[in-house]
Design a protein around this ligand. Structure first.
Ligand SMILES: Nc1ncnc2c1ncn2[C@@H]1O[C@H](COP(=O)(O)OP(=O)(O)O)[C@@H](O)[C@H]1O
Ligand SMILES: [Mg+2]
Length: 233
């Protein structure tokens, strides 16, 4: 569904993503290895310096995020982006405003998405009153309103309460069973191993390994890439 060819993104003299090619999977790598930059290039937040992104065989390189979202390529952010002054319900309805669906249909769908991420008890609260993890769930529910074919998730588990992490896991797995594909970006190795079918590993902007989670765990280059991190942590 998604295919990436020789994607490169530079910030001044720094090459944050260095000629990466891949098809869809779970993406891990130490902090600063280029995961977010990569996700931003794929979803249209950044235009890459070179390389190609194809989604359903269409070249979408550098295309605006909202156009990608309309075509079924959704994404969530490392720091969730919600409308702070709007309620949870209002936040989730946003993607379907200005579509031909009736207000009742939109409302009903939004409520069911909110229920699915266990936020019904805060449905009338403003987003600014929520925890960071709850905001991630709002963003997730909002993304689901358009029935995306593929969802790019940047660090969905980072800094969230274990219960919210569990909800996130369940939702990803349930939707995946119904055909929604995910690219989950995480530096949390254990979370990623448990939900990914295949994993790609970045280090310093390069793709250094890919394969089944069980194989990746034993890959010398991967262990090495993470060693420095563990010493610091
Ligand atoms: N907007 C930016 N401007 C300059 N440098 C950036 C920018 N975003 C990221 N970087 C740099 O690019 C590299 C990769 O960062 P990032 O993609 O955020 O890594 P990760 O998500 O894997 O932690 C880092 O060295 C980071 O400092
Ligand atoms: Mg990141």
């Amino acid at each position: 569904m998604l295919s990436i060819e020789n994607l490169t993104k530079r910030f001044g003299g720094l090459t944050a993503v260095d000629q990466v090619s891949m098809t869809i999977v779970g993406l891990m790598g130490p902090n600063g290895s280029g995961k977010s930059t990569f996700t931003n290039c794929v979803s249209g937040v950044y235009a890459p310096n070179s390389g190609t992104v194809r989604f359903n065989e269409i070249d979408v390189t550098g295309r605006a995020t909202y156009k990608n979202a309309r075509d079924g390529l959704a994404r969530t952010f490392q720091t969730p982006r919600v409308f702070e002054e709007l309620t949870v319900l209002e936040n989730v309805t946003v993607p379907l405003l200005n579509t031909d669906q009736s207000d009742e249909a939109i409302d009903e769908k939004a409520r069911s998405m909110i229920e699915a991420v266990d936020l019904s008890h805060v449905i009338e609260q403003k987003a600014k009153q929520l925890s960071g993890g709850q905001k991630k769930l709002v963003e997730f529910a909002r993304n689901m309103m358009r029935d995306p074919a593929l969802v790019l998730m940047d660090e969905p588990f980072a800094g969230v309460h274990p219960e919210i992490k569990e909800t996130m896991f369940e939702r990803i797995e349930a939707l995946n069973e119904h055909g929604t594909e995910f690219l989950v970006v995480s530096h949390e190795v254990d979370s990623l191993y448990s939900i990914s079918d295949r994993i790609v590993v970045f280090d310093q902007g390069k793709r250094i390994a890919s394969g089944l989670p069980a194989k990746i765990q034993q890959n010398d280059r991967v262990v090495e890439a993470y060693l420095g991190e563990e010493v610091i942590a």
